[in-house]
Design a protein around this ligand. Structure first.
Ligand SMILES: [Zn+2]
Length: 388
């Protein structure tokens, strides 16, 4: 008989430990020039992107995000980014290895200097309806590297898992794409929400707005979680939808970048669906901003290679261990742990799987997916025409 009780192990299933062997050829080690090479290239690329965003802010920055940050202050960070890229580039020549990466980093930064560097005047920006979220990409990348990569180094679940694990480039590509498309996603989500105007109740909204901020945040989290739970469950349990969501599940090494992998159809539909309860509740902007910041950080956190104790919070919120089980290809975990924020709906609808302190031994899909971006983008179409 199946047993999926709270904290329950599935009877008869042999839970195994996952073993990750250290790939020394891909490891970052102090002193061999690899850290400098990668730092030079990434800082150089980000600097060039930032300079382009300062030159063409209407087309390369996000209207909603521009209101939150100080573009003049960020020029100081850009200045340090550019000088550090040059420093790391030069260091690769001293250390003798990865000189090619160092040269690429220096080349990118010098191009950024030639285009105006960190002294481009910041003026008023003419808002365009559709733009590329270059600013969102840079801020999210730097923030994620500082916060999540640090956490993963301090409290790793798999200490032997390297930063450059297999398919990291593919997931970085998804990360860039999802962030660059922010304005298109918001346009689509707002269009989608427009279909729910009939369901707006002014009396319900004004009642919700009269409640304390904390209550409004809790309501928002629960309403969003309810919609995300069912949206997610349908992606798993409706045969025609699964190949779209399978792209997200095809990742076989979990870390801060793993959650970025997702078919564009899912990325757009998920954001559009979650916008509906947010729109209908009509909570204060502060509550909405708290929710958006929480949701964005939490979504990355739960994919991380992270094993720290969350104390009693683990009985309420989705943790990395809980969500890692959702990504497991082992039988007892299939089609479980759908929740995005809290564990409430998995518990209520009996799809909860958290076997004590055990972690999955294997991640990914039971059927292998293509390993390229294009192959994955077309996979749902291919799956439709294939008989299994
Ligand atoms: Zn899923």
């Amino acid at each position: 008989m199946e047993s999926k009780g709270l904290h329950g192990m599935k009877e008869g299933f042999k839970y195994q430990d996952r073993h990750v062997t250290l790939d020394t050829s891909k490891e970052f080690r102090v002193g061999d020039g690899k850290i400098s090479g990668y730092s030079a290239v990434f800082l150089g690329a980000l600097s060039l992107l930032a300079v382009l965003a300062y030159l063409f802010p209407s087309y390369l920055t996000t209207t909603e995000l521009r209101q939150v940050y100080d573009a003049e202050f960020l020029q100081h960070i850009l200045k340090y980014g550019m000088y550090f890229s040059l420093f790391f580039g030069a260091l690769t020549f001293v250390l003798g290895k990865y000189r090619r990466m160092g040269s690429v980093g220096i080349g990118l930064t010098l191009t950024a200097f030639a285009l105006g560097g960190y002294t481009i005047p910041v003026g008023p920006v003419e808002a365009k309806k559709l733009s590329l979220g270059v600013d969102w990409l840079i801020l999210a990348f730097l923030g994620s590297v500082f916060v999540f990569m640090t956490l993963e180094k301090l409290f790793p679940k798999y200490r032997n898992q390297v930063i450059l694990r297999s398919e990291w480039g593919l997931d970085l590509f998804y990360f860039c794409l999802n962030h660059l498309a922010i304005s298109a996603i918001l346009i689509y989500a707002n269009f989608h929400v427009g279909h729910f105007e009939w369901a707006v109740s002014e009396s319900v909204q004004s009642f919700i707005q009269s409640t304390p901020l904390f209550v409004q945040v809790v309501l928002t989290v629960l309403a969003a979680d309810f919609v995300l739970y069912w949206e997610h469950r349908l992606y798993h349990e409706v045969k025609i939808l699964w190949p779209i969501h399978a792209v997200h599940h095809s990742v076989e090494n979990m870390d801060w970048l793993a959650g970025s992998r997702g078919h564009f159809f899912q990325v757009f539909s998920e954001r559009a669906m979650v916008m509906v309860p947010l729109y209908l509740l009509g909570v204060d902007t502060t509550a909405l901003n708290i929710y958006v910041a929480f949701a964005a950080l939490h979504a990355v956190l739960i994919h991380c290679n992270l094993s720290c104790s969350f104390g009693p919070l683990k009985y309420l919120f989705v943790t990395p261990q809980f969500h890692h089980w959702h990504h497991s290809s082992e039988e007892p975990a299939l089609d479980t742990n759908y929740s995005a924020h809290t564990i409430v709906f998995d518990w209520l609808f009996k799809t909860y799987h958290l076997p004590g302190d055990k972690w999955p031994a294997k991640y990914g899909t039971t059927k292998p997916l293509p390993k390229s971006f294009l192959g994955q983008a077309l996979y749902p179409l291919r799956a439709l025409t294939q008989k299994d």
